[in-house]
Design a protein around this ligand. Structure first.
Ligand code: F6P
Length: 379
């Protein structure tokens, strides 16, 4: 890391009056609503503050490429509200503080934060808005500690950021997963099968829990509640004895047995910030199939949950956060993230956003409600 970022030296950032140019990027896994944030931010920047907006492409990666930026004007964000994905592109590589490259097949990690700061100066941006999950917000926090004026906007379908009540993308992902469960119900029933639905959720089982309740499933398996195979097998057999000839199990990709860890895929991206999870759904189908009389099948929803048009709830939340981020920049409230608390959009310190992950409380009201209905958590 080299030197503190001094926006005054480039004449770009004078938080109160004089701010002319602001950078924005989307980092980490995409999710429905990212484009809605970009649209809201660019429109507010234009209509209220007359700033120019510089889009950094592919997360932080764009800072290291000569062609890694583009202008974002109002005409570029027209029609974006219903579009999934992000027009800026995103990446889970390119952490400036731990920049990974492959040299002769070996991963080398270097601190390129000095290059990132130099690029921001060169671009003349007086503030940088980071739209991302915990990984991107952690990088944002580190950049802010070097003096870069940062405002964070939380996103993730996993809904696992603790400083905000709900992240946009989550509602759409739950709707996608619920729709899939609804469809699997009829085929499971026709064939008297047990259908396993693997959903995303590496550390937090919010998607599995909410889609499981909304879809009326029999078993919900979460990373927060380690399960026992025998317990699931007993439950399915008991349901069978009571006339329930089919069952739906929803399992988060990060769920695991008591005493073991989340399953990872064999093929990993050596340059990625996080490991790829997967495989637990098929593994469970295999193991359960050996213990019960039913045929067991597995459907993996994977990236379907990250795609598609954002739900109305996500469009509104993303729009509110995008506009609020512009107001934070204007007020010079840096090192902060916009967040939803109750019904209000507020600003929280970035350090709060990345400190603790929001996981499903195993004894919380939603889990208790599900148990009231007889849903099994495998414990
Ligand atoms: O963080 C959101 C998430 O959807 C996780 O649930 C999942 O493990 C991860 O992204 C997958 O990311 P990628 O597409 O980079 O493999």
């Amino acid at each position: 890391m080299t030197g503190l970022y001094n926006p005054h030296r480039i004449g770009g950032a004078m938080p109160h009056g004089g701010l002319k140019r602001v950078g924005i990027l989307t980092g980490g896994g995409d999710c429905p609503g990212l484009n809605a944030v970009l649209r809201a931010f660019v429109k507010t920047a234009d209509a209220r503050f007359d700033w120019s907006v510089c889009g950094i492409l592919d997360g932080f990666e764009g800072l290291f490429r000569p062609d890694g930026v583009r202008e974002l004007r109002v005409e570029h964000v027209r029609g974006l509200l219903p579009r999934g994905g992000t027009i800026l592109g995103t990446s889970n590589r390119g952490d400036p503080f731990n920049y990974k490259t492959l040299v002769d097949g070996t991963v080398q990690t270097v601190d390129r934060s000095g290059d990132a700061l130099a690029r921001l100066r060169e671009l003349g941006v007086g503030a940088l808005v980071v739209v991302g999950g915990d990984g991107s917000q952690s990088i944002g926090l580190k950049l802010s500690q070097t003096g870069v004026p940062i405002v964070g906007v939380p996103k993730t379908i996993d809904n696992d950021l603790s400083a905000t009540d709900i992240t946009f993308g989550f509602d759409t992902a739950v709707a996608t997963a619920t729709d899939a469960i609804d469809k699997l119900q009829s085929t499971a029933e026709s064939h008297h099968r047990v259908m396993i639905v693997e959903v995303m959720g590496r550390h937090s089982g919010w998607i599995a829990l909410e889609a499981g309740i909304a879809g009326g499933v029999e078993v919900i398996l979460l990373p927060e509640i380690p399960f026992r195979l025998e317990r699931i097998a007993e439950y399915v057999q008991e349901r069978d004895r009571r006339g329930g000839k089919f069952s739906i199990i929803v399992i988060a990709e990060g769920a695991h047995q008591v005493g073991s860890q989340a399953m990872t895929l064999q093929r990993q991206d050596p340059l990625a910030i996080s490991v790829r999870l997967g495989g637990v759904g098929h593994w469970l189908a295999e193991e359960l199939g050996q213990r019960i009389h039913h045929e067991v099948r597995c459907a993996i929803l994977g990236h379907l949950q990250r795609g598609g048009s954002p739900s109305p709830f996500d469009r509104v939340l993303a729009t509110r956060l995008g506009a609020a981020a512009a107001h934070l920049v204007e007020r010079g409230e840096f090192g902060a993230m916009v967040a939803l608390r109750g019904a209000e959009i507020v600003a929280v310190p970035l350090s709060d956003a990345v400190g603790v992950r929001k996981t499903v409380p195993p004894d919380g009201e939603r889990v208790r409600t599900a148990r009231d209905l007889g849903i099994c958590f495998g414990d």
